[in-house]
Ligand binder design. Structure first.
Ligand SMILES: Cc1ncc(COP(=O)(O)O)c(C=O)c1O
Length: 361
């Protein structure tokens, strides 16, 4: 099954150009990033990389230092880790793995890249619709057990923001030949890390867990993620992919950001506190809009649902330099839905005001 418009959020450059603004003048609530500048320790280490001309050399092909640091960070054997050019590159290779097993089940609506990856390997898949109503108690039990060989889990789920409980996911692992769990947003989600399946990779050889550093450190342009899973299978992925998928800046970034536990704890604490406070404020404001349903979320993005198309509202906001994620390219959603990501306090106030205004026009 092919879909022609597999879209992503975060098209800041395009919108800025159209409105004759700087990218920094756009309020991008279409990509779910944190509103903080990347950490100073990261900027310093990237500056050092420039000063030392570290990029004059090909990166070390085994990525040993980075794997060592990630291994220590999670308390696992570095051979179970494969760093990648963002989680997106590893989603492509997860699709390669899935193509060996048969039919993939994609709980939908979901992140559009899984479908891209499976199409790339001409691998069969089915969409399994998730229930469209859920409460505000997280974590929740994963609600599906569709027939198939492979299942793709996203925790927390994109675009719904539901956090799935580890125990319910362990039951899922037992029912499939292969389980791919994308935890791109887990570390920024308050109480999220407790639900990580990374420790279960010690027990289940059919489990791959994907992680991204994009969201938590606000570094989408650096491209950095990793996968945890069977060393034997990851060796095969490595043989098949580009010889140098990560550049020297991304490697430096990963080493710097994951080697200091105290810094990491403080950084995530600040993010969790921002999510808890701003989510409540934004929900309260948007819930007052007539005929608009604001869906519960565990994390920094959430869905809104209207009785009529939200396309005019999204257009209105776009002309004001505010981007929401339209949902027509998500399976099982349509133009009555939109996904919004939380912003800084000041921008959230503006965002809510303009969303309210968009309903008056
Ligand atoms: C669920 C999910 N996984 C993975 C990614 C891609 O992450 P990365 O920037 O590390 O490629 C995204 C990006 O939006 C995402 O929403």
């Amino acid at each position: 099954m092919q879909i022609s418009n597999l879209k992503h959020g975060g098209n800041v450059y395009k919108s800025a150009k159209k409105l004759n603004l700087l990218p920094s003048e756009i309020i991008d609530a279409s990509a779910s990033l944190v509103p903080f500048d990347p950490p100073k320790i990261l900027i310093d280490s990237l500056n050092a990389e420039i000063k030392n001309l570290g990029f004059r050399y090909y990166p070390e092909r085994n990525l040993s230092d980075l794997k060592e640091i990630i291994g220590k960070f999670h308390g696992i054997n570095p051979e179970k880790i494969l760093p990648g050019n963002g989680a997106s590159e590893l989603i492509t290779w997860a699709g390669y793995e899935a193509s060996k097993f048969g039919i993939s089940c994609i709980p939908s609506p979901c992140f559009v890249d899984y479908e891209r990856s499976l199409n790339c390997w001409k691998s069969n898949f089915i969409h399994c619709e998730l229930p469209k109503n859920w409460n505000n108690v997280f974590p929740q039990s994963f609600p599906l057990l569709p027939k198939g060989d492979v299942i793709w889990i996203t925790n927390p789920h994109n675009p719904t923001g539901q956090l799935w409980g580890k125990n319910s996911l362990e039951e899922i692992i037992k029912n499939y030949k292969l389980v791919i769990c994308d935890e791109a947003f887990l570390s920024i989600t308050p109480n999220g890390d407790k639900e990580s399946l990374i420790p279960l990779t010690e027990k289940y050889n059919n489990l791959f867990v994907l992680r991204s550093l994009t969201k938590i450190f606000n570094i989408p342009g650096l491209r950095l993620g990793y996968v945890v899973g069977s060393p034997k299978k990851l060796k095969q992925w490595k043989i098949n992919r580009d010889p140098w998928p990560l550049n020297s800046f991304a490697i430096k970034a990963g080493i710097e950001l994951l080697s200091n536990n105290k810094f990491y704890e403080q950084w995530t604490k600040q993010i969790h506190s921002w999510i808890n406070i701003e989510k409540e404020r934004v929900y309260e404001k948007l819930s007052k809009i007539e005929n608009l349903k604001v869906h519960n979320s565990s994390t920094n993005f959430f869905l809104i649902e209207s009785k009529r198309s939200l396309s005019p509202n999204i257009k209105y906001l776009e002309n004001k330099g505010i981007l929401l994620r339209e949902c027509t390219s998500f399976r099982c959603l349509d133009e009555k839905w939109a996904r919004i990501s939380l912003q800084s306090r000041e921008n959230n106030t503006l965002l809510c005001k303009e969303i309210q205004n968009s309903f008056k026009n």
